[in-house]
Design a binder for this molecule. Structure first.
Ligand code: SAM
Length: 269
């Protein structure tokens, strides 16, 4: 995996992940809570942007949050301690080489991670191994093919495509949201259900315009400027126009839509 495109490894990206998490808490997590006494594995917690919500929503569940990056784990740990949350323990670990025995967890939660892996099915199979019989998995991913907006702009679509292309070259898939159903089924989960969560932002919803259109989505696309131009995926002028057009959708008459996918699966009791 090319580390350059694994989100969460630089301060600006950390702020973006935090903005994204705070803006989307209700949309993505209103139905994420785990029963008292249950053991939950959060795989790929990064700097803890989702950990805060899942730990807060499930104060009597024991959460184990892992990430392959020691730096991210350290930051997540500081964040959780700073909030006074005591139901999370952290561990640096690779999803593909988990330091837990079979059946160690009642639930697995994984958000915005599969899109970065070159073999997401293998990751799901590894996570399934550590679930107890009857355990569940919750997966959340975006899909950059789901971005549409007004005013429409070819340059904006081309700028978005830079992110899609770079992630593909790094072995990931930024359009994985639409594949969650077949992925979970192929991994052997049963009763798989996928719930699409659409972000719809117009100027009557300023918190989404600012938190999502500007600070989450457009900021993410802006973040690949140098890499996309260096890789000659796009000319600088066209990229800049694409970014201006994305910001344009955040104006008074602009509209921005994007869909996340939240999937649930179980394993046999
Ligand atoms: C985009 S971040 C998402 C972080 C967090 N889940 C969130 O939603 O804010 C992806 C995270 O997956 C982690 N990651 C990637 N591959 C991993 C692996 N094989 N095992 C564990 N963590 C991994 C990265 O280090 C990074 O922190």
């Amino acid at each position: 995996m090319n580390k350059e495109y694994v989100h969460g490894y630089n301060p600006r990206e950390n702020i973006r992940l935090q903005d994204q998490a705070s803006t989307l808490v209700e949309l993505l997590h209103s139905d994420t809570s785990y029963p008292a006494g249950s053991c939950v594995l959060e795989a790929g917690c990064g700097v803890g942007a989702q950990t805060v919500t899942i730990a807060g929503n499930s104060p009597s569940a024991m959460i184990t949050s892992i990430d392959i990056s020691g730096t991210s784990i350290a930051e997540a740990e500081r964040k959780i301690a700073g909030l006074g949350l005591t139901n999370v323990r952290f561990r640096q670990a690779d999803i593909l080489n988990l330091p837990f025995g079979p059946g160690s967890f009642d639930h697995v939660f994984i958000c915005f991670v599969l899109e970065h892996l070159n073999n997401p099915l293998k990751a799901l199979l590894a996570l399934k191994e550590v679930l107890r019989p009857g355990g569940t998995i919750t997966v959340i991913e975006g899909d950059h093919g789901s971005a549409y907006f007004h005013p429409d702009s070819q340059a904006a679509h081309k700028a978005i495509n830079c992110q899609v292309e770079l992630q593909k070259r790094a072995g990931g898939n930024s359009m994985i949201g639409r594949e969650l159903y077949p992925l979970l089924c192929n991994a052997g989960f049963r009763s798989v259900r996928v719930s699409p969560r659409m972000v719809y932002a117009d100027s009557s919803r300023q918190e989404l315009v600012d938190g999502f259109t500007r600070k989450t989505f457009t900021a993410m696309i802006e973040g690949v400027r140098e890499s996309a131009i260096d890789a000659k995926i796009i000319e600088q002028d066209e990229f800049e126009k694409g970014i201006r057009d994305l910001y344009r959708t955040a104006e008074e008459d602009g509209v921005f839509c994007y869909t996340f996918f939240k999937a649930f699966g179980e394993i046999n009791s």
